[in-house]
Design a protein around this ligand. Structure first.
Ligand code: NIG
Ligand code: FE
Length: 423
């Protein structure tokens, strides 16, 4: 008998999402790695074993036992694309959109990302931490245990650094695992409206070097959490050449690469992602078959964000079905932000993806767990229930994990365990 710290027993179903060889692709995404009548042994913050109940019962003892009462247990969700550090809100723009103004029109008229930038610039570090903290709490209650957070509402050196400082404070105190991403290339700030190239120079010459230096002395580097540079390639944001210049500088400074690609317009973002061996290419709404083939042949994870289409009232969604069928490793994310997706819930994203993108519940679960972990470079640590991984688990209020996609609008998560600790 081996003594561990915690045993979760009597799980009617454990959806392990196990995938030791890397992210899941194609038909592998239909396999949730189910163990019926399972149990999980946890030592410290790590999973020691996941097996059938009888095996755990006869091999492990623990002082603390949680009875899952026949319900399903899944990995904690990984949300690989968010902008949860922001101030204020854009509920007025929401009303404008209901009346017919489009997201891109609002952006071109000086609203959108740059309006949140005004709010972030005038907010203090503490205010930003407090507001993001409650968003992270909401996400944790909905089962998300690892979250990527982007900068991109500072858009000058001091305020982008302020956002990185906020992200590091959150990471040092909040139970969620947090992954920072530098998104100085999110929008052209209003003061550079007439000379965008000068803003790109500022990103390259000042912001990236400062961000790279910050990372070197940050807790993220110490904890081996990757740090990427992201760019929004789009009309009225950054064009192909500008995005490429930013990625060149970021790669030279040792940052990984992520990209907001093909959200509304296909401008070559997928080629850039593949050229720079990006961890992920995100959105992919306007991605054509040729670019899907490029992604399928690469290591880059395809991250789709159907909460954005839903929130913008669109009936057009990224062709996630084709992405999977053609061999990409697909992940799902909320894109939680005040404009295009004010949504903390990975299960709601799963529900949307099943209905509008024709993904099976197992595909949505793998996309929100193991593949999402790989989109952050954390595939060796989180995203599945496997020995040696962090003990990040959720016990559901239902015996069948497929209810995560099937039901929507409530919260099917009963218990969240992060790093072996009940939250
Ligand atoms: O992923 N597309 C660019 N960035 C975000 C939107 C951020 C915002 O509207 O504030 C996105 O959709
Ligand atoms: Fe985004």
């Amino acid at each position: 008998m081996e003594e561990v710290d915690l045993i979760i027993q009597n799980a009617g179903q454990v959806a392990t999402c196990s995938s030791p060889a890397g992210p899941k692709r194609g038909p592998e995404m239909q396999d949730a790695g189910l163990i019926s009548d399972g149990a999980i042994a946890i030592r410290g913050n790590e999973i020691a074993a996941v097996e059938e109940r009888k095996f755990i019962q006869s091999n492990y003892t623990a002082r603390k036992i949680i009875d899952a009462q026949g319900m399903a247990v899944c990995p904690g969700f990984v949300d690989p694309h968010t902008h949860v550090v922001y101030a204020s809100n854009r509920v007025n723009e929401f009303e404008l959109r209901i009346k017919g103004t489009s997201y891109l029109e609002i952006m071109a008229a000086g609203g959108g990302i740059v309006s949140t930038t005004r709010a972030v610039r005038s907010a203090s570090v503490n205010e930003l931490v407090d507001q993001a903290w409650s968003r992270l709490d909401a996400m944790l209650q909905l089962g998300t245990t690892s979250v990527e957070i982007k900068t991109g509402y500072g858009l000058d050196a001091a305020n982008e650094m302020k956002m990185l400082e906020v992200i590091e404070i959150l990471a040092s105190k909040h139970p969620c695992t947090i992954v920072p991403t530098f998104l100085g290339g999110h929008a052209i700030p209003s003061e550079f409206k007439n000379n965008p190239e000068d803003y790109v120079d500022l990103v390259i010459e000042k912001m990236i070097p400062e961000a790279a230096e910050w990372y070197e002395r940050s807790l993220f580097k110490r904890n081996k959490i990757p740090f990427c540079c992201d760019v929004f390639i789009e009309n009225n944001a950054f064009n192909f050449e500008q995005s490429r210049r930013i990625f060149n500088a970021a790669s030279k400074a040792g940052l990984g690469i992520k990209i907001h690609a093909d959200e509304f317009t296909s401008l070559g973002g997928v080629s850039l992602a593949v050229e720079f061996n990006a961890l992920s290419a995100d959105h992919l709404d306007a991605t054509n078959a040729e670019d899907r083939a490029q992604l399928a042949a690469s290591h880059t994870i395809a991250v789709v964000l159907p909460g954005v289409n839903f929130n913008l009232g669109s009936s057009q969604f990224a062709n996630a079905r084709a992405l999977i069928d053609e061999g990409c490793a697909l992940a799902l994310a909320t894109d939680f932000n005040p404009g295009s997706a004010p949504c903390p819930s990975q299960p709601l994203i799963m529900a949307i993806a099943s209905r509008y993108q024709k993904l099976l519940p197992a595909e949505t679960l793998n996309a929100c767990t193991i593949n999402a972990a790989h989109a952050l470079g954390l595939g060796d640590r989180v995203g599945s229930i496997e020995p040696g991984k962090k003990a990040d688990l959720i016990i559901l209020k239902t015996a069948d994990y497929r209810f995560l996609s099937y039901e929507f609008g409530g919260n099917l998560v009963d218990t969240v365990i992060k790093n072996g600790v009940v939250q």
